[in-house]
Ligand binder design. Structure first.
Ligand code: HEC
Length: 482
């Protein structure tokens, strides 16, 4: 798995583990978001202290379910369970934990010194674990050692549930994580910005940046948000990685939840309203695209042809076509009425994360792990590759096309946001980002665009001419004050 491919996985894993330290390591970022782990460590140490202080040395060895599993859940499950089994090592069950990954058994009962898992967590075997460099506390390592040396006993029958459900739910420190802004949408009147965050959507005034309301109760990270064309409804989507997608539809003015729809087998990564507002489309890690009736919340149909996660969606302005981009490298064009796949644009050499339609609906831009922005024409029966540019030094995360059609903006895992002239893909301006810009949208008037970041911040950048300056002239594009 190349670094680039990891990026997409990582974004997904993050959602899965709620552990930003993983992200930090995987992108070679300074480790700065560890507060959740510290909190956990503290709790864990406290628990161990209590255990040891009240337990004589000759008492029972650490229990897998009570002592060991929580350590693995908090520090390892993000990379070793669900959809992600790095090194083919799966903490999904006690059995697979014992079986180990591509190097064979991870645990030799009674022999910590020969157990790969122990060697990796002490650093005696490389690469040391957790891979994110966030070494386990000494007491945690000691707990695991004692458990292995005492025979690596499986959980007692009565405890089995806790270990075989290793998605190891609800590790409390998640709440302390600074929530990312994984999704953004402007209301069509431009006066409201929805930010998809951890377990909630925040409604902010894009001008004053003031928080106006919070729509709570989302399953996990909100990965996609969209306003209906009349601005009255908001669709917020996400779900529980590996377990299911969730789509919620809100009445924006009343801040009232209208529908909660569970419909995919995995997290939803894109949501778009059809231009007539009657239906909404979702795309998921489960490789499927689904169309939903907004009034009833019922599924209209499933569009099935991608062979990997689908990360981005757009309707053409006439509502007849839906365009999707997937980790399978393909951009697919669908007939909305029949659900039929019309054609696939397949020039990308690696998985795609993002797509953007030009406002006429005649061209589509897509980008992803191969760092390249490609623009195709969208014709009746096929599309033609018009332009291609290696735009960034790392995976492209998002793309947006300005409402006037002139500009294209991209964000990348190289932590840059770039503004291009859409006609020839020449770079007009680059903004360094403090963290990944996971979400990116133009304001409806095209004068500004907003980015939402992994670190929970968001920024609105003006595009239009500053007083006394030409459009895009020097200085006109400096970030808005925060
Ligand atoms: C940031 C992601 C990440 C985290 C967190 C992580 N691992 Fe890993 N782990 C990996 C990767 C990637 C590999 C494969 C690399 C290799 O072995 O060369 C791996 C491999 C392993 C292997 C070897 C599997 C085999 O058979 O080769 C073991 C054992 C392991 N990890 C245990 C752990 C334990 C225990 C934790 C928690 C304390 C942990 N890992 C946390 C990414 C991670």
């Amino acid at each position: 798995m190349g670094t680039l491919r990891k990026i997409t996985k990582i974004v997904h894993i993050f959602a899965q583990s709620g552990n930003p330290s993983f992200h930090a390591a995987a992108t070679h970022q300074p480790a700065k978001l560890f507060n959740n782990n510290h909190l956990f460590r503290f709790t864990a140490k406290l628990a161990l202290f209590v255990t040891f202080a009240s337990t004589p040395a000759w008492a029972a060895p650490p229990s897998f379910a009570k002592d060991v599993a929580p350590i693995l859940a908090a520090n390892c499950a993000g990379c070793h369970s669900g959809n992600v089994k790095m090194g083919k090592f799966d903490l999904g069950s006690f059995e697979t934990l014992r079986t180990g990954g591509h190097s064979g058994p991870a645990i030799i009962p009674g022999k910590s010194g020969e157990s790969l898992l122990y060697l990796r967590i002490t650093g005696a075997a490389l690469p040391s674990m957790p891979l994110n460099g966030n070494k386990l506390a000494d007491a945690e390592i000691e707990t695991i050692r004692q458990w292995i040396d005492a025979g690596a006993q499986p959980p007692a029958a009565a405890e089995a549930v806790a270990t075989t459900t290793p998605a190891i739910p609800d590790i409390k420190p998640r709440a302390a994580v600074k929530a990312l802004v994984g999704a953004l949408a402007y209301r069509p009147d431009g006066k409201l910005l929805a930010l998809g965050s951890f377990k909630e959507v925040r409604l902010v005034d894009p001008q004053t940046r003031q928080l106006l309301a919070t729509l709570p109760g989302e399953a996990e990270d909100v990965r996609a948000v969209a306003f209906s064309p009349d601005g009255k409804l908001l669709a917020a989507a996400g779900g529980l990685p590996g377990r299911g997608g969730e789509l919620r539809i809100w009445d924006v003015e009343k801040r009232a939840l209208l529908h909660t729809i569970a419909g995919h087998a995995d997290c939803i990564y894109a949501v778009e309203f059809a231009p007539d507002g009657a239906s909404v489309a979702t795309a998921s890690y489960d490789k499927l695209i689904k169309l939903w009736n907004v009034a009833t919340g019922k599924e209209i149909r499933t569009l099935k042809d991608h062979i990997d996660a689908v990360y981005a969606l757009a309707f053409t302005p006439d509502g007849q076509r839906l365009v999707s981009a997937s980790a399978d490298r393909g951009v697919k064009v669908w007939d909305v009425a029949s659900g039929e796949r019309l054609y696939t644009l397949s020039e990308s050499t690696d998985g795609l994360n993002a797509l953007a339609l030009d406002p006429s609906g005649k061209r589509v831009a897509a980008g992803g792990l191969d760092r390249t922005i490609r623009i195709w024409s969208l014709d009746q029966k096929s599309g033609v590759l018009l332009q291609s540019l290696i735009a960034h030094e790392d995976a492209i995360l998002q793309l947006a096309w300005s409402p006037g059609g002139q500009y294209l903006v991209s964000s990348s895992a190289d932590k840059e946001v770039k503004l291009f002239n859409a006609a020839d893909l020449s770079v007009l301006k680059t903004w360094r980002q403090p963290d990944w810009a996971l979400s990116l949208k133009f304001s409806p008037d095209g004068n500004t665009f907003a980015v939402g970041r992994f670190d929970g911040s968001f920024e609105v950048y003006p595009l239009g001419p500053a007083p006394g300056r030409d459009a895009l002239g020097t200085g006109a594009l400096s970030p808005a004050s925060r």
